[in-house]
Design a protein around this ligand. Sequence first.
Ligand SMILES: *Cc1c(COP(=O)(O)O)cnc(C)c1O
Length: 366
Amino acid sequence: MAFSLNLYPITYIARYNPESGKWDEQWIEFDNITHDQLMEMSEEERQKVLDNRNQMNIPTVSYTSQYAYSCFEGMKGFPTKDGGVAIFRPEENGKRFYNSMKGMYCPPFPVEQYVNASVEFVKRNAALGYVPKYNPEWEKSDYADADSIYMRPFMNSEGAIGVGCAKQPYVIICATTVSAYFKKGLDGAVITNRVRATPNGTGFIKCASNYVISALAKKEAEDAGYVECIYLDAVEHKYFQEGSSCNIFFVLKDGTLVTPELEDTILPGITRKSIIALAREQGMKVEERKISVKEVQKKAVECFVTGTAAGISPMTSITDLKGKKTVFTDGFGPVAKKLQHLLKGRQYGSIEDPNNWNTVVIPGNK
Ligand SMILES: *Cc1c(COP(=O)(O)O)cnc(C)c1O
């Protein structure tokens, strides 16, 4: 059940009102079918319910549907070991969403409203049983196959046809349960000659249009038997940028953890930021800088990609544009394993969360 679309019954929608300068909020209850009831239905009945939950009354022709003028967030809620539910760093997603909207010259959605709506969203859906149950078995693999709530807040423009920027956008929050992200059975990453983001473009904001190229490059990678495509910089085609929807890290022979520095072509991942903080807490040397294909081929022993959906996913190899394959650890290397343990442990509440990264939505019994 990698990344399927089983939307929860309650959806949040807010609309910007240019007169008041505020966002008018609304909760849409598509149905009040509990998770257990849904699971007891026949396949056919269930599909009808799920299809209905994916039909919203938003404009057919809009800057969003015509020009991919939209931005979104990917954020997770976790069932915690103490029986509660928490959202991981929602204020970080809220800030990034705000920056994305500002970067798109549309009225930005306030961070506080984003966080409050997200918390309320999880509460309302949890009341109908839409929270994965915590399973202690997950601890054995550091939650590699654990379930979580995947929230997808996004912006949609008003109805419009000429090229332009939204003035009365909608913000919608919906969610589905997810487990592991990458396809099983495929292996290794391949460098693509496509360019995801150019200087002075939109690479640093999480906008929908960036994903068209990623969809193409990822399909090409998968068709060639790889699990992920990796982008190089747009100018020199020498330095690593990131994966199709995730940031990239390398562990060098001397133990240094290196990830490309943030510039306007790289998406500032919240998982990336968290991994850097965790590694530094462990006393590891972490460098945010340019890292070339040549350097990786000579010096890297581990490679992994990070993202809300991907978590920490090891890449067993990277094949360059000439077909030269550099092999890293098979599966999780020691550094990726350690970081996975720390990150997931905090998210699922099996280890302390000294930085208060989790926002508790439903308290557990501790
Ligand atoms: C969302 C995204 C990431 C990962 O960001 P997280 O906040 O860690 O989920 C990385 N790269 C791209 C291009 C993205 O869109």
